[in-house]
Design a protein around this ligand. Structure first.
Ligand SMILES: NC(=O)c1ccc[n+]([C@@H]2O[C@H](COP(=O)([O-])OP(=O)(O)OC[C@H]3O[C@@H](n4cnc5c(N)ncnc54)[C@H](OP(=O)(O)O)[C@@H]3O)[C@@H](O)[C@H]2O)c1
Length: 320
């Protein structure tokens, strides 16, 4: 089979397409023939060794000093079960599935082995491979942070950066959970963000954000906990989704007026991707695809994600 590898840190030129043996599923595992995957902000952060502020040393210690320890990137995928190992009950050959290896990565390959108890689920009715592949990354991040924020119906939620993979998920899931959602984005993306359920959209190229909010979901680092105080209500929560070490440390103590900062990595779970499939089926959540690249063009998908301006997800398709 073929897979894309980043064996050292750097620009898109470090990516190489290599041949390797197709894995065999062991007991409790399934082999998935990948039809679609994505290139997202996590892939380009790892490829470029561009970790959030203050986490470069710890990032290299954990993920690899001179290059990614897991050189096969790719956090999410959709495809068809090719074979199952002994004892697998949840899946059969031919099932259409989507999966979220998340931080373990390894989705930029023609075949991927997953544990049947891992974050892998059946593709809901009505979802194509490209859309199913792009359901998990933004969606699970938004679910994690909304849970941590203990969002209550009628809370006011300000999403800073409403048009990225995480931002579009945060807008939809916040709205579904009953929040009044305001989102910032550039002029070009105002319509897209409104179309995903924002009650109001602020063009960030015009004067600064005003008003008071119960929750600020900062997906771009447009504010920090200090500047967020100007627009946060007492007891408000500032979600430093793009935050680094300072935010993780700062989150350990409360802010003025009982405000709270929440930071750190989002969890990855079967429950959350199953919930996203259910929400898709109920019409409350969908992924937005900015552009689809072919398998040999995966480096172009990295270059697109590198711009920091993608709208929703950038998908790479391997088969129809
Ligand atoms: N904590 C965690 O576990 C976790 C999990 C996932 C992601 N993240 C982090 O969250 C961040 C967002 O991830 P993502 O995948 O959503 O990124 P993304 O899809 O690459 O975000 C791109 C979007 O950001 C918007 N943007 C850029 N600067 C902006 C600004 N100043 N104000 C408003 N919008 C702005 C762009 O819109 P315009 O073109 O309109 O500017 C673009 O649509 C990344 O830093 C990522 O590392 C953290």
């Amino acid at each position: 089979m073929q897979a894309w590898f980043a064996r050292r840190y750097g620009g898109v030129d470090v990516l190489r397409l290599e041949e390797l043996a197709t894995p065999t599923p062991r007991a409790g595992q399934l082999l998935i023939r990948v039809h679609a995957t994505t290139v997202n902000s996590a892939d380009v952060r790892v490829r470029a060794c561009n970790f959030p502020r203050g986490t470069k040393t710890i990032g290299r210690l954990v993920l690899g000093w001179n290059g990614p320890r897991q050189p096969m990137l790719g956090t999410e995928l959709a495809g068809v079960v090719e074979a199952v190992g002994p004892g697998v009950n949840r899946f059969r050959s031919g099932d259409k599935v989507f999966a979220f290896p998340g931080g373990k990565m390894g989705s930029h390959a023609q075949f991927v082995v997953m544990s049947e108890n891992g974050p892998v689920a059946h593709i809901p009715e009505g979802l194509d491979f490209a859309s199913a592949a792009s359901l998990s990354f933004g969606g699970t991040t938004a679910l994690h942070f909304l849970r941590a924020a203990r969002l209550r119906p009628d809370d006011s939620l300000l999403v800073l950066g409403g048009s990225g993979a995480v931002g579009l998920a945060m807008v939809q899931l916040g709205r579904h959970q009953g929040a009044k959602v305001t989102a910032t984005t550039s002029t070009l993306n105002c319509e897209l963000v409104a179309d995903h359920g924002a009650n109001s959209v602020i063009d960030y190229t015009t004067p600064p954000v005003s008003g008071r909010y119960d929750i600020i979901a900062d997906t771009v680092g447009a504010m920090n906990f200090t500047t967020a105080q100007d627009v946060l209500k007492p007891h408000g929560r500032y979600l430093a989704i793009a935050g680094g070490l300072a935010e993780m440390v700062g989150a350990l103590r409360p802010g003025p007026h009982n405000t709270k900062m929440i930071a750190g990595p989002a969890t990855e779970s079967l429950q959350d991707i199953t919930e996203l499939a259910r929400l898709f089926g109920a019409g409350h959540f969908r992924s937005h695809i900015d552009h689809v690249y072919s398998w040999p063009d995966l480096p172009a998908a990295h270059a697109h994600a590198d711009t920091g301006r993608k709208r929703g997800s950038v998908v790479v398709t391997l088969r129809e």
